[in-house]
Design a protein around this ligand. Structure first.
Ligand SMILES: Nc1ccn([C@@H]2O[C@H](COP(=O)(O)OP(=O)(O)O)[C@@H](O)[C@H]2O)c(=O)n1
Ligand SMILES: [Ca+2]
Length: 486
């Protein structure tokens, strides 16, 4: 996701290794990645030889709105690890970034001052370290979508690869679409030849001299956690905010009491927020009714209004999906649950639908027997599987023909159980490369990324810095419209 703009000065470091640190501040959690690659003083090419990562303890930084300083403190454990992972003499020359996604986009809507305070606190912590701090920023949904797409294709060497003689070649391969299902938003991004009727969904990319027309959209409030909140809110509304309410997506035998405020603390549920006191509790009773669950889940989408020739949902233009796709994050977690816990293959949309119905009809005690370790998320697989089914079929319009082109893959673990994922994994380069186009021309991108890591990458844009607009003073390149130079 994270794009790193290095000025020419950065490429002239002493020979040896170079390092970079990236913090992915997601809605549900923050992860830190430390990258290492040999710095070649000649042309700055080399193979990434090592990286480490660290999971920040506790929730995502957006959860610290009432105690922003703690957001900063939460990062210290991982940053202390980074002090050990990067040799001391390299500390000052090691760029450090923090990129926040939809959790912070939501907080920025709900309470911009709190969101600023959280970002400031995070930045203040990062600045206490000797690294070269380059900024802490909230990525836009489009940036998040496009960076996920570029990373996916970069890892698969779809843009450029090393030939036998060490030369860079353009493989002329088709690119892979990317679908990310996070905690607070979901993104779909793919290359298309069709007209993109809404310019907001069009991103022209020029990578390694090749132009790509990419469709992208990020649906805020359609991440897994926000979807679950919106569903709760729908059930409460359906039963006029009584003290006890049935939850058709939760399994029979599962009940839970929740504080109303935990449902209505988000802009995603603001519309249904009751005027009564939010510090009361409501008890939800699982009824395991798959049909009713699906009816409510489908009401989370607006499939009717569309001012374009075709929409996915909520009036958002989308061309016909084309080519192969990779679906990660909660797409993977959901399908992986269906395959490994429920023991069902997912090849066609009907497999997903049947699996969702089976999960919804399975009682809480039976589910617990199947997967005792997954207790925390177990009650929600019925709703989430149903959601993924509706999103991919009715929303994105995958059908029997195109659905099998989706590989559900967790980038981060090579020992995936999915066959498709395995074959995809096998295509990943054994090690990622620090790419160089030799003599980059305007708009060419030099990048560094790592396989088996979730969309994290550095991009180095040479000769373009002057043209890339407003945010470059922070060291970031965020050009959501056109990433090219004129
Ligand atoms: N093993 C896991 C890990 C996360 N998740 C959930 O998957 C969703 C997306 O996770 P993520 O790490 O991509 O989310 P962000 O923090 O990036 O928004 C969240 O709701 C997580 O709670 C899951 O279902 N199973
Ligand atoms: Ca994420």
């Amino acid at each position: 996701i994270l794009v790193l703009l290095l000025g020419s000065g950065d490429t002239r470091g002493p020979p040896g290794f170079k390092y970079g640190i990236v913090l992915d501040a997601g809605s549900s959690h923050t992860a830190m990645f430390v990258y290492k690659w040999p710095a070649d003083k000649e042309n700055d090419t080399g193979v990434v030889s090592e990286h480490t990562m660290c999971d920040v303890e506790g929730p995502g930084i957006s959860s610290y709105s009432s105690n922003p300083l703690a957001a900063g403190t939460s990062l210290e454990h991982c940053l202390n690890q980074a002090l050990r992972d990067v040799p001391k003499e390299k500390h000052t020359g090691t760029p450090l970034y923090l990129g926040a996604t939809a959790g912070m986009r939501l907080l920025n809507i709900a309470d911009p001052q709190a969101s600023d305070a959280v970002l400031r606190a995070a930045a203040a912590t990062l600045k206490m370290y000797p690294f070269d701090f380059r900024g802490a920023k909230i990525l836009s949904g489009e940036e998040e979508g496009v960076f996920g797409w570029v990373t996916t294709n970069y890892l698969l060497e779809n843009f450029i690869k090393r030939g036998w003689l060490g030369e860079w070649i353009q493989p002329q391969k088709k690119t892979l679409g990317a679908m990310d299902f996070g905690g607070a938003s979901t993104q779909i991004t793919f290359e298309t030849m069709d007209t993109i009727e809404n310019p907001r969904n069009e991103v022209m990319l020029k990578l390694y001299g090749q132009a790509y027309k990419v469709y992208t959209h990020s649906f805020l409030c359609y991440g897994r956690d926000q979807v679950l909140k919106r569903l709760l809110s729908k059930f409460l509304q359906a039963e006029s905010y009584q003290e006890t309410v049935s939850h058709p997506c939760w399994p029979m035998g599962y009940n839970k009491s929740l504080l109303m405020s935990s449902i209505y603390d988000s802009p995603c549920t603001l519309k249904e927020r009751p005027s009564l006191a939010l510090n009361t509790t409501v008890t939800l009773v699982g009824t395991g009714n798959g049909n009713l669950c699906a009816l409510h889940v489908s009401k989370l989408f607006d499939f009717t209004n569309c001012s374009f020739s075709h929409c996915s949902f909520d009036g958002v233009f989308q061309p016909k999906v084309s080519g192969n796709f990779i679906a990660f994050s909660a797409f993977f977690y959901t399908v992986d649950f269906i395959q490994t816990v429920m023991g069902r293959p997912v090849h066609l949309p009907s497999d997903l639908k049947d699996a969702a119905e089976t999960i919804c009809a399975t009682s809480w005690s039976k589910l617990l027997l199947k997967a005792p370790k997954l207790e925390k998320r177990l009650p929600d697989y019925c709703a989430v599987s149903t959601f993924v089914y509706l999103l991919t079929t009715k929303g994105y319009s995958f059908n029997n023909h195109s659905f099998p082109n989706i590989a559900f893959q967790k980038k981060g673990k090579p020992d995936s159980s999915s066959e498709d994922a395995m074959s995809l994994q096998a295509q990943l380069p054994p090690q990622a490369h620090l790419l160089s186009t030799g003599t980059p021309s305007c708009g060419d991108v030099q990048g560094l990324s790592l396989p088996r890591r979730r969309h994290f990458w550095f991009l180095k844009l040479k000769h373009c810095s002057k043209n890339l607009g407003s945010s470059q003073n922070s060291g970031w390149v965020f050009s959501s419209k056109k990433l090219s130079c004129s």
